[in-house]
Ligand binder design. Structure first.
Ligand SMILES: Nc1ncnc2c1ncn2[C@@H]1O[C@H](COP(=O)(O)OP(=O)(O)OP(=O)(O)O)[C@@H](O)[C@H]1O
Length: 337
């Protein structure tokens, strides 16, 4: 499905707030999501990502601010009127209805004739490779199959934006990777925006064109996966995305990727010094975990250098050794205070 540029629909959140009284879940966020994007709202438990998604869906009333879809304010419209559809974590299929009737349910509520709604539901089941299961009840499906049906059911509403609340969290790790590829394919084929809530940075990096990192009801950084990974804006983002070191320097706090950190003799002039706490062989690279000089014995290592295996084996480093941390100036990213 492709749309002309004029028909492309942005979703915009304007100073959006959700205050539950005892907790400020979303603290006034501004965000623009281009039509056709795959956006992941990423952050730890309690950061406000589900509240944000539920406000976009119309399942939660914002305390303040606005939600605009394609130039139309939808802040206070009912879920069915706003051009969004939500796929829930639990899939929420009706247990007593067949797969076909589950998918066709919203059209039945709207009074669409049986032949037409069944034809549309079948076409969507074909899209998600579930056509052979149309007559089954949900209990006779695997988790991955139920999820496909839930997706087809959400698509029946012909949304401009599909909202996915932790869609992969109930699946085992093997199926999760498989379904990740499926989500990407469906997104490409359907051309609508997907907004996907996750606490997994790996999932967000694999799927999203736009990664929105949230912390305590605020957006820490929004950008492409590469931007967020290569130039984390804050210490929170650097630590949450992982594979970064946060290092204090005279010029301020910086982030340096673990694969860009190099180790030299500790008596070379200048730079932070560390003690090798542990060495972990990982095949293509070797992780050297480093303790700050003033660390207590049971502190977690402060930094990690991921060294190419050939470099490590050419000059092996033993635990207990004192080393200096080195990096190229271009690999140091200043972090906002
Ligand atoms: N219905 C509610 N009533 C009161 N407080 C709530 C309600 N829903 C969420 N909260 C609080 O708002 C904050 C944000 O919750 P939210 O569910 O949006 O975060 P989240 O990032 O999606 O977390 P999780 O990954 O655990 O679902 C939390 O402190 C939570 O306890």
């Amino acid at each position: 499905m492709s749309t002309s540029p004029a028909a492309r629909t942005d979703l915009e959140l304007v100073r959006l707030v959700k205050d539950y009284g005892n907790s400020l879940a979303v603290a006034g966020i501004d965000l623009k999501i281009a039509a056709g994007s795959y956006c992941c709202l990423l952050g730890p438990s309690g950061c406000g990502k589900t509240s944000t998604l539920r406000m976009i869906a119309g399942h939660e009333d914002p305390t303040d601010g606005a939600i605009v879809l394609g130039g139309r304010e939808i802040t206070h419209l009912s879920p069915a009127e706003r051009g969004t559809a939500m796929m829930f974590q639990s899939y929420a299929l009706f247990p007593h209805l067949t797969v076909l009737d589950n998918v066709a349910f919203s059209a039945r509520m709207k009074g669409t004739a049986k032949a037409e709604r069944h034809a549309r539901a079948m076409a969507l089941l074909r899209l998600v490779h579930m056509e052979p299961y149309a007559a089954r009840l949900p209990a006779a499906l695997s988790g991955g199959q139920q999820q496909r049906v839930a997706l087809a059911r959400a698509l029946m509403l012909q949304p401009k934006v599909l909202l996915l609340d932790e869609p992969l969290s109930a699946l085992d790790p093997f199926l999760r990777v498989k379904m990740r590829a499926e989500l990407k394919r469906w997104h490409r084929e359907l051309g609508m925006s997907f907004i996907h809530v996750t606490h997994s940075q790996e999932e967000a990096m694999a799927l999203a064109d736009l990664v929105v990192v949230m912390n305590q009801g605020r957006i820490e950084q929004a950008g492409s996966a590469r931007e967020v990974f290569e130039r984390p804006r804050t210490e929170f983002v650097a630590r949450f995305i992982g594979a970064h070191n946060v290092i204090d320097t005279p010029a301020g706090r910086i982030a340096v990727r673990t694969d860009r950190l190099r180790l030299t003799e500790a008596d070379a002039a200048g730079g932070p010094v560390a003690q090798v706490a542990a060495v972990e062989y990982q095949g293509a690279q070797v992780l050297v975990h480093l303790a700050a000089p003033d660390a207590a014995a049971d502190d977690a290592p402060a930094w990690t250098a991921a060294l190419p295996d050939a470099d490590f084996h050419a000059a092996p480093i033993e635990p207990g050794r004192r080393v200096a941390l080195r990096w190229q100036p271009a690999d140091a990213h200043a972090l906002a205070a």
